[in-house]
Design a protein around this ligand. Structure first.
Ligand SMILES: [Zn+2]
Length: 378
């Protein structure tokens, strides 16, 4: 693409790292670390036990003082099977849009952060500015979950901006996500002798019925109706696997179920409810296991970050995201998050994902303005 500006070039560099979830992020992290070091920031690479994965924490200003966290994820969703009209990992300009995987979600914010901070004299900061860049957000906020351990005991600023694409709306809440595996154990037999076996798929069918009843019960417990289109715990039976051949009684059937806890709810209590709904069907042969949890987010209104973002926001009300973010894990570190950034979630994760050129440039101005007001002198 033509070299038309710093932030567009930076975005092109970031998009060129194909950081889909099964790929390493060490390359993009090294590039971002180099950029942060060039700005005089302190840089820490926090390696994950997963090979090729790390979080990156960069900071400027007096350590432990209450400035601001700017946060984003370095990974992107896959491109397989999507009708891209060009190489997804080569940023292209089409009209007033910049297209590429991650151009919107959320490398635009990473590029705007590096460019916005380059405009500031970071040596003059009086409160700490911390960049937190994570891995594997798109597959369940795995990087930020690691971060909860990696940064335990390190004082962090009390407010964070996560630059997910919100078209510059301020979002202060989202449900979490929990994944549960339900295993139904049967006994294999030749299909001519069902009396010698126990059909695991038939057992799973009864489990499904109980899940439907539970989901209906959960939908009657309405909370946050002013913020969410589905203001209750939603459940999704996502996968079902069982059986191997038409003449064998299946001995195993596995369901994967997701549900979305609302802020303030105990995920363990919801999982207990789910288990108590399905295991009585056959206690010795139905088991449930809580696999992964992404915490919900709820930030009170009236924070200083809200005041700083307000002049830049598209609308003045604070809303909710339907998607989960790293903000739930940051909250576990005592950091309150607002989600606000360039690009629209409507085009994220799709073919020809894009960020509008003007929003990318505005994001640079916003990062510079908000960071300076939060951490600069005065
Ligand atoms: Zn994202």
């Amino acid at each position: 693409m033509p070299a038309s500006s710093g932030v567009e070039d930076t975005l092109a560099r970031l998009v060129a790292y194909p950081t889909i979830s099964d790929s390493p992020v060490t390359g993009i992290a090294a590039y971002l670390a180099e950029r942060a070091e060039a700005l005089g920031m302190r840089v820490e690479r926090l390696d994950s036990p997963m090979p090729g994965k790390c979080n990156l924490v960069c900071s400027a200003g007096p350590v432990g003082t209450d400035g601001l966290v700017l946060s984003g994820h370095m990974d992107v969703v896959p491109v397989e099977g999507q009708p891209w009209t060009g190489d997804p990992f080569r940023l292209r300009r089409v009209g007033d849009r910049l297209l590429g995987r991650g151009a919107c979600d959320m490398k635009a914010f990473l590029a705007a952060t590096m460019e916005g901070l380059a405009r500031l004299d970071l040596r003059r900061l009086e409160r700490e500015l911390v960049l937190v860049f994570t891995h594997d957000e798109e597959v369940g906020c795995l990087g930020s979950r690691q971060l909860v351990e990696q940064l335990a005991g390190r004082p962090l600023p009390s407010l964070a901006l996560i630059g997910e694409p919100t078209s510059f709306s301020m979002l202060r809440m989202h449900p979490g996500h929990a994944a549960v595996r339900i295993t139904c154990h049967g006994v294999a037999a030749h299909s001519s002798r069902p009396d010698l076996g126990r059909n695991a798929i038939a057992l799973a069918a009864r489990v499904l019925g109980r899940l439907e009843t539970l989901s209906e019960a959960w939908s009657r417990d309405v909370r946050f109706a002013e913020l969410l289109p589905c203001p209750f715990v939603v459940m999704n039976v996502a996968t079902i696997r069982g059986g191997s051949a038409v003449n064998i009684v299946p001995d195993r059937c596995v369901l994967e179920v997701g549900f979305r806890p609302l802020p303030g709810m105990s995920v363990d209590a919801l999982h207990d409810e789910l288990r108590d709904a399905v295991t009585p069907i056959d206690p010795r042969h139905v088991e449930t296991e809580l696999l992964r949890v992404t915490p919900a987010l709820l930030t009170p209104t009236g924070t200083r970050l809200e005041t700083l973002l307000r002049p830049h926001a598209r609308t003045q009300e604070l809303g909710a995201a339907s998607f989960a973010t790293d903000g739930g894990n940051l909250e576990r570190l005592g950091v309150r998050t607002l989600v606000f950034g360039p690009g629209s979630i409507e085009v994220a994760h799709k073919a020809d994902e894009y960020v509008p050129v003007d929003e990318l440039h505005r994001a640079v101005d916003i990062v510079a303005d908000v960071s300076w007001k939060a951490c600069g002198p005065g």
